[in-house]
Design a protein around this ligand. Sequence first.
Ligand SMILES: [Zn+2]
Length: 375
Amino acid sequence: MTFGPVFLGGEIFRGSSYGSWHPLRVPRVSTVMDLARALGWLSAANYQAAPCAKPSVLSAFHDPDYLAALQRAEAEQDLPEADRAQYQLGTSSNPIFPEVYRRPATAAGGTLLATELIRDGGMAYSPAGGTHHGLPDRANGFCYLNDPVLGMLSLRQLGVRRIAYVDIDAHHPDGVAFAFTDDPEVLQISVHEERRWPFTGALDEVGVGNLYNLPVPRGFNDSEMALALERVIGPLVEGFRPDAVVLQCGADAVEEDPLSRLALSNNAHWAVVSALRPVAPRYLVLGGGGYNPWAVGRLWTGVWGTLLGAEIPERLPAEAEAVLRAVNWSGHSRARDPAEALFTTLRDAPRPGPVRDVVRERIAVLEGRFASAWV
Ligand SMILES: [Zn+2]
């Protein structure tokens, strides 16, 4: 039994990059670690370094041939053309970079260690995790491994049966859906931008009855997310009576993100983190997408603060502000003239708005489905 939430991090996330043109050229987890330390939220008591997972462990979900190719890609910094095509390695989305095995294997190692730490109850946070597109036999959408799937399989091994998986990344978690579509003891809920890659996750997909997709239109705002939380996410997860909740908290659904067209503030994510905290005896929170380094650093630090039950300061102390000002980002229009608040605060101004009919109608469809499922 752990006594408070545990943070799984690592220095490999500070020094590695997917390459100078890739959206993941920016630091993310290291910014969260530095901000959390500057705020007094991280110490030897609640921080653990994520271990690098071995292929024998990763093969719980991934094909040994693919894992061998990933290790070979790291060792040789190259792969034959046929392997590149088969495993989708060395593409513009999934480049071969110096830590191409060790970095995702450390993210997965963090998520796997997190599941062991909460085996008998507790909370853990693996912000390097949440790589929800990874497939058994190939890389997919910046994800070389699928740590949410590995983590859920590990929970199963540890005797945890009913798992509620909630995903609020801007993209649909196709890799997780692939793994658990036929599993009646995994509830899957995803809120994601409609008509965006990977183009899966339709409203009418039901799996074996435990799959709930809420595709949302451009400009999705805090008021709309609040309704989704109140009417769908909250009641569904509570009604499922899970033994564990796994939340993928991708930070690419905020207004500042360069890869999506949604318009949330980080308050929306923190509200979900907070609402799901008391629902099950075990709570695992993961990272995910997020490509504006200031926005993702602030959002994920606030997730940690929310798990700790800490007060979010109105203005950041100088040391924390310096962390954000030291992060460089260029090569995107949203990198130009960043708002001053991105450096001086953690909490965004709320972004409420009208709840559009299309959002209301889709929420009603999902509500209708679970009302008939569990009563
Ligand atoms: Zn995403």
